[in-house]
Design a protein around this ligand. Sequence first.
Ligand SMILES: NC(=O)c1ccc[n+]([C@@H]2O[C@H](COP(=O)([O-])OP(=O)(O)OC[C@H]3O[C@@H](n4cnc5c(N)ncnc54)[C@H](OP(=O)(O)O)[C@@H]3O)[C@@H](O)[C@H]2O)c1
Length: 186
Amino acid sequence: MKVAITGGKGNLGGYVAAAFRDRECQVFPFSHEYSRVEDPSILRKALDECQPDVVIHLAALTDLGLCEREKELAHLVNVVGTKNVSEQCAERKIPVVFVSTYYLYASNDGEPKQEDAVIEAEGLPNYYTTTKHEAEYFARQNDLHYIVRLGSLYGSGLEDKKIIGFICSKLRGNFETVHSRHHDIE
Ligand SMILES: NC(=O)c1ccc[n+]([C@@H]2O[C@H](COP(=O)([O-])OP(=O)(O)OC[C@H]3O[C@@H](n4cnc5c(N)ncnc54)[C@H](OP(=O)(O)O)[C@@H]3O)[C@@H](O)[C@H]2O)c1
């Protein structure tokens, strides 16, 4: 089986690529440069070249602070990028696995939610989550889709720049205060 992975050079992409290789799949981990998801012509060329049986769509702007500061860019990559991947894969009848976020369950009402609950855009905790909420809509336009709402990942050792890696690196070095929306962690 041929597996293309957008964002294939990212944190999760490396693990996903290795897992498919272990299962004797031919893996195409798309780099940012090779397939800018917001550019349909570049994406089309990449898909034409490798003709995958499935696409794992991981490419995204994942830095929460950057998404707040650069909303237009975050929308372009996370929403328009997902729309492009979804549409082009639908044309080719290629299933897409889209990776979203468990932050979608964190709306303001504070109530637990079932996976199939309708998630309203109002009250989502940050702009990154808003882009994932919109992107899910486009992912669903391809009949052959899977949406995975992941929690916070860790791994990649010292390369891990995400929240858990960040906290671990602080614990290894100077004890600084890590600020979050709800708590300070010292
Ligand atoms: N890590 C988590 O805790 C977590 C939790 C829930 C969901 N997710 C989702 O899981 C997916 C993978 O996350 P990750 O932790 O592996 O993130 P990551 O390390 O930031 O990887 C994202 C990848 O996307 C690439 N990318 C960025 N902009 C792009 C563009 N315009 N076109 C093509 N590629 C682009 C990046 O390349 P450059 O680095 O070269 O820009 C990077 O390789 C993301 O969709 C994320 O939202 C992650």
